[in-house]
Design a protein around this ligand. Structure first.
Ligand SMILES: C[S@@+](CC[C@H](N)C(=O)[O-])C[C@H]1O[C@@H](n2cnc3c(N)ncnc32)[C@H](O)[C@@H]1O
Length: 501
């Protein structure tokens, strides 16, 4: 029996002796061998050295360490020595780990490789090693326990640098291990996906990204299929990272439902800069093309950004308190429409709405803050929480309001083409795409707040201009959300859950 299966069977036989509450209290959910191998293959790629040291900090029955050793032993270029360090809090697993160490030693010896195994029964997060930030390991691989910790817990205190709000134990494992990897060494974790964004994990991300560069992320879209035996209801991600300072490279994304479709998971390489937020939160956005349910139609591939489409998002230039002398209560000679958030709805732009101050003088003095009366996608910068969608975008079509110019108030963003004008089909298609339940699901997944700012829009992946035009061609100037979803779905061959609107 291969060693990885041996370790897994040991783990399974141990878990079968536990009741569910006991299993949960220490997060004892074991990694199935196909996932362990998938993690180990990438975690070992490029690690070539005479002596290779490996850490599994929450080892259970050691299936991940076993998978890594198996990978290293099956190579042409084998190390002459492998040094394993296994931490496990539950002393009942010690006999299993000892048995595994024996088998690993024997397999290694048969290939002239010396293997040492240091088993530590204790709390990794309270160990001197975990708090040392000594880069001693070539590979650190883990499926850590997942549960929330009290802020006053000794482990949270020991790793306070990675705590903001209520910590989850897995984030502490991730952060502690980041500092233990040698330069060019690998860090590989399977965890719930929640660490990728949200404020509670911001300190963990900042710490990780200080030490590591993320190379690849695999998302399991199904909440059940990956840990098929234990049926954990968590969407899981595997992340692989290399210990070196962050630089502008690419992150490889892949997704599968579960284990069975892993071998066919499609890969996307996305520039790191468009995945990792530049603000202090450093949120990691799983790109829409990699995170959505797609049918395999090329038109559904979203490789573009606003910049690659030659488009730009800008903020409405009219800041009311600085432009008081130009803003009017009612129309007058020389005034043009001033659009505020209230004028922009999914159904389109409605003006006037008998709102105060919806006119602005068009004079030489105000000219710098006015836009030509041409096509734009106009978006609210904030949406009320109860709104059907995170994004509210509306096509503004040239000449639909009077005057040669229009004013856009500062709580609006608008998308335009700096080198010319958007066409009607592009304007309507782009608005429909932004309003779609597809983009809505994306922003709900990556952005905790109801604010969709220009930085987030710049990161969003878009379909090609041809696809956007095709969407626009299917729609009237004021499509409903349902019509917009249908057109997006039809052109991009997306399967979307149409929310009731
Ligand atoms: C999710 S299981 C994974 C086990 C194994 N690595 C695998 O992939 O199958 C997490 C393991 O970490 C152990 N554990 C929980 N808290 C720990 C801690 N503070 N220090 C070390 N091990 C811990 C649990 O007992 C459990 O065996």
């Amino acid at each position: 029996m291969p060693i990885t299966e041996f370790a897994h069977l040991n783990g399974k036989s141990f878990v079968s002796s536990l009741d569910r509450d006991e299993q949960k209290s220490l997060g004892q959910f074991m990694t199935p061998p196909p996932i362990a191998r998938f993690m180990a293959q990438r975690a070992t790629t490029g690690i070539v050295a005479d002596v290779i040291s490996i850490l599994e900090p929450a080892s259970g029955a050691g299936v991940l360490a076993a998978a890594v050793v198996q990978e290293l032993l099956h190579r042409d270029e084998r190390p002459s020595r492998i040094e394993l360090t296994l931490y496990e809090i539950d002393g009942r697993l010690k006999p299993y780990l000892r048995r595994l160490a024996d088998r690993l030693r024997r397999s290694a010896k048969s290939l002239n490789v010396k293997l040492t195994c240091h088993i530590v029964i204790g709390d990794f997060l309270l160990s001197e090693l975990s708090q040392s930030a000594r880069p001693e390991f070539d590979i650190c691989i883990a499926n850590p326990p997942y549960f929330k910790l009290n802020k006053a817990d000794l482990r949270a205190k020991a790793h306070a640098y990675a705590v903001y709000g209520q910590p989850n134990i897995y984030g502490l494992f991730q952060a502690a291990c980041a500092g233990l990897v040698r330069p060019a060494g690998r860090w590989c974790f399977i965890t719930p996906r929640s660490w990728l964004n949200g404020s509670y994990f911001a300190a963990v991300r900042r710490h990780l990204l200080h030490y590591l560069q993320i190379d690849a992320v695999h998302l399991f879209e199904s909440r059940q299929a990956h840990f098929y035996e234990d049926a954990i209801l968590q969407e899981a991600v595997i992340a692989w990272a290399t210990a070196q300072p962050l630089h502008m490279a690419e992150i490889t994304f892949s997704t599968s439902q579960g284990v069975l479709d892993l071998p066919n998971a499609e890969l996307f390489a996305i520039p790191t800069a468009s995945v990792i937020g530049t603000d202090e939160e450093m949120a990691i956005a799983i790109p829409i093309a990699a995170g959505a349910n797609r049918e395999s139609d090329d038109s559904g591939h979203m490789h573009d950004t606003l910049a690659s489409l030659g488009l730009k998002v800008s903020t409405g230039p009219v800041v009311p308190f600085r432009s008081k002398e130009y803003i009017l209560e009612s129309s007058s000679r020389g005034s043009v429409p001033l659009l505020w958030m209230q004028h922009v709805k999914h159904a389109g732009i409605s003006w006037p709405i008998q709102k105060k101050r919806e006119h602005i003088l068009s004079t030489a003095g105000s000219a710098w803050m006015l836009l030509r009366n041409t096509n734009y996608v106009v978006m609210r910068r904030f949406s009320p929480k109860e709104d059907a969608r995170r994004v509210t975008a509306a096509p503004y079509l040239a000449g639909s309001l009077p005057g040669e110019f229009i004013g856009l108030e500062n709580h609006l963003n608008y998308i335009h083409r700096p080198t010319g004008d958007l066409t009607r089909a592009e304007t309507v298609g782009l608005s429909a795409f932004l309003n779609s339940s597809y983009v809505d699901a994306y922003f709900r997944a990556v952005a905790g707040s109801t604010q969709v700012n220009a930085t987030e829009l710049r990161k969003l992946r878009f379909p090609s201009l041809d696809s956007l035009r095709a969407i626009g061609d299917l729609l009237s100037d004021r499509p409903t959300l349902t019509e917009a979803d249908r057109a997006v779905e039809q052109v991009l061959c997306l399967k979307m859950a149409l929310s009731a609107v």
